[in-house]
Ligand binder design. Sequence first.
Ligand SMILES: Cc1ncc(COP(=O)(O)O)c(C=O)c1O
Length: 317
Amino acid sequence: MAIALKAGNTGIAQFNVESEPELDALSAVAASLGVKAPVAIRINPDVDAKTHKKITTGKAENKFGISYTRAREVYAHAAKLPGLKITGVHVHIGSQLTDLAPYEATFIKLAELVKDLRADGHNIQRIDLGGGIGITYDDETPPDPKAYADLVRKYIAPLGCEIALEPGRYIVGNAGLLLTAVTFVKPAEGKTFLILDSGMNDLIRPAMYEAFHRIVPVKAPNPEAELALVDIVGPVCESGDTFAEDRPMPPVDNGDLLAILSAGAYSSSMASTYNARPLAPEVLVHGDKFAIVRRRPSIDEMTALETQPAWLSEAKA
Ligand SMILES: Cc1ncc(COP(=O)(O)O)c(C=O)c1O
């Protein structure tokens, strides 16, 4: 908080705050620095985004934001705190939304709330609508951004506020893929496993959200080739380290390259070094140009932060 608030820093437009203790803490830090933190409170509108439960963030039972029903009370509390300056309202109801109805329900509630907050004397200048517009992984038909914009125009624009949007997946989800090699084709009891050199540590979405990703051979297969059902898995010691089950695939051999598609969002950003696996390098491609924009760390770099406590060495001696 202090870094963000330091005078002359980056000029942060707004702190989106999730809870009353966070309001109190931000106010205390700002007051100690002699500044006022610009604040929006994240509202939990209790709207079902109709997406996977682990990326639903706007239902009453989710941990996010302040309940819609308590918003006025919490804004009144924030207005009394010495280190805060109320600037706006924030909402983000979830990710990978394929239906506009939850947005509409949210915007209607939000517009009502902004009117109430203004009637209570708060100077609401900015509305941050979060992100969440979904993409096509398989056969989903995500909303047309123009239809989304029409909703914003209808319900939010009349409030005369600055509007902030936070689309993530929609911009980058289908701009990236995970390039991987088949380490072994493993025949097993009644099935075949393709064991890849990428694992759940590189792309956790299938293990975490049962997410579907298209997986295609990099070298176009013979169009006449027969497809067989295979399980496509990683090398990590978890049965959940599975990218696809019973997936129809053309014949592939050890060493063949596969592309796991739609891996531009929440893949490398959620990656880990689980199983002591170095993070995969990131390669930026533009037309026929490419560049490694994050190289693979060495094992020495990965272990460089670890130290052995003196008392353990002493105990061994
Ligand atoms: C507050 C907030 N805004 C925006 C986003 C981006 O969401 P999406 O990638 O679904 O557009 C997220 C994702 O977690 C978020 O938590």
